[in-house]
Structure formats: C-alpha cells, structure tokens
Write a protein that binds this ligand. Structure first.
Ligand code: ATP
Ligand SMILES: Nc1nc2c(ncn2[C@@H]2O[C@H](COP(=O)(O)O)[C@@H](O)[C@H]2O)c(=O)[nH]1
Length: 205
C-alpha cells in the first residue's frame, strides 16, 4: 500500500478484446500517461522486445521476483506467469504522474484489494464471437492457447461488476475517446473537487 499522488489506472479484460491496441493509441493521444511494462514467463512473439513489450523471464527468475516481493500483483494465466513490477509503479505515482497497467482480471482484482483508490476499467468485446475472431485473426495463438483464452474469457466477463467502468471496444478510436473521458473526469474529481470538499468539511457554519 502506498500513498497516492498520481492516479493508478488499470485497463483489463479478456484476451483479444484489444487492450494492447487501445493502449497503443491512448499512448499516442495521451503521452502524459506512463505505461507499466510487465514481467512474464511467456515466450516473446515475433517483433516483441525485452523491456519494451514485457520483461521476459524464466520461471525461476519470476519466482524469485515473487519471493522478494518485487511484484505489485502477479497471476498465472493459461500456463504462464504475468506480473507488474512494484518499484516502477510506486515511483511513478509518488512523483505525481498517472500510470496505466494493462493486465488480466485476476491480477486487476488483486490490485483493487491493495489499492482501492485506483481506477478500474474493463474493456468489453462487442460479442464473444467477435472476441474469438479477433484472437484468431491476430494469428499468435495455438489451438490450445486459443481455447484456454476463450474459456478464461467466460469467467473474466463475470468479473466486470467489480470494476468502476466498462468500455466497449467496438471501434478502437471510440474506445480510446471513452477512456480519455473517464481519465479526464477522474482527474477533475481528484484535483478540483476532492480538495475543496475537504476544505468545506473544516469550515465553521
Ligand atoms: N476495435 C477493434 N476492432 C477490430 N479489431 C480489433 C479492435 N481492437 C483490436 N482489434 C484486433 O484484435 C486483435 C487483438 O487485439 P490486442 O492484441 O490488442 O488484444 P489484447 O486484449 O491486448 O490481447 P491479449 O490480452 O491477448 O494481449 C488484434 O489483431 C487487433 O488488431
Ligand atoms: N495479472 C497480470 N496480467 C498481465 C500482466 N501483463 C499482461 N497481462 C495480461 O496477460 C494476458 C495475456 O497476455 P499476452 O501478452 O500473453 O496475450 C493479457 O490479458 C494481458 O493483459 C501483468 O503484469 N499482470
């Protein structure tokens, strides 16, 4: 647990919904937001770079990170570990900058337990059939991984109720605009409304 200065934003949702795609455009549109790079034991996909897309680790290295409490959250997802390096997130919010974590649902709910002041956004597919199309057309998964990811998606969709916001990714640019509206509203609440509210409570009537 750490004292919040910048906002911690969690973007989560089932595999293939478009979290990475939406985050790339958001990153372009909103360069003031910092992106957390996760650690994983998954093998790199073509074009992925260590330290840019993920910090790629062996299972032993990842388990050492868990033991040394280096991760803010971690989860085992369809056979691999994924986790958020704690130090970078803590330093970023301490310096007053907003950070976004693009993570799956089990990990997001762990962050919510530790850090309920975070902003939790669930990215939804227009339909399950479209979700399946998107993972297939990405062309990165084996048949087994595809089935595992779709099975996980059914459970993950039920966890949507634990999030602050649900955003449909029908069109990438529209989804990004919705997320930007959420971030703007949350910034206004935090910077312009909460400080006055605390002041009013101290006033003598
Ligand atoms: N709004 C959209 N309409 C059509 N296709 C989309 C849309 N958003 C993303 N896609 C496509 O869907 C596929 C999955 O997107 P992406 O890799 O961003 O998903 P993800 O949620 O990050 O997946 P994972 O959790 O597995 O990393 C990609 O091929 C991407 O181009
Ligand atoms: N709990 C966490 N989940 C993470 C993290 N980084 C990424 N992810 C999620 O894992 C799945 C699979 O990712 P893929 O790159 O293999 O397709 C996806 O939902 C990611 O968002 C993390 O640090 N913690």
């Amino acid at each position: 647990m750490f004292l919040q200065k910048g906002m911690l934003i969690v973007l989560s949702g089932p595999s293939g919904v478009g979290k990475g795609t939406v985050c790339s455009l958001l990153r372009h549109e909103q360069p003031d937001i910092i992106y957390s790079v996760s650690a994983t034991t998954r093998k790199p996909r073509a074009g992925e770079e260590n330290g840019v897309n993920y910090f790629f680790k062996s299972r032993e290295e990842f388990e050492k990170m868990i033991k040394e409490d280096q991760l803010l959250e971690w989860a085992e997802y369809v056979g691999n570990y994924y986790g958020t390096p704690r130090g970078f997130v803590e330093q970023t919010v301490q310096t007053g900058k907003d950070i976004i974590l693009e993570i799956e649902v089990q990990g997001a709910l762990k962050v919510k337990e530790k850090y309920p002041e975070g902003i939790f956004i669930f990215l939804m597919p227009p339909s399950l059939a479209e979700l399946k199309n998107r993972i297939i057309h990405r062309g990165t998964e084996s048949d087994e991984s595809l089935m595992n990811r779709l099975n996980a998606a059914r459970n993950e969709l039920q966890m949507m109720k634990h999030y602050d916001y649900a955003v449909v990714n029908d069109e990438v640019s529209k989804a990004v605009k919705r997320i930007q509206a959420i971030i703007e509203a949350e910034r206004l609440r935090k910077e312009r409304i909460l400080p006055y509210y605390e002041q009013w409570l101290k006033e003598e009537l």
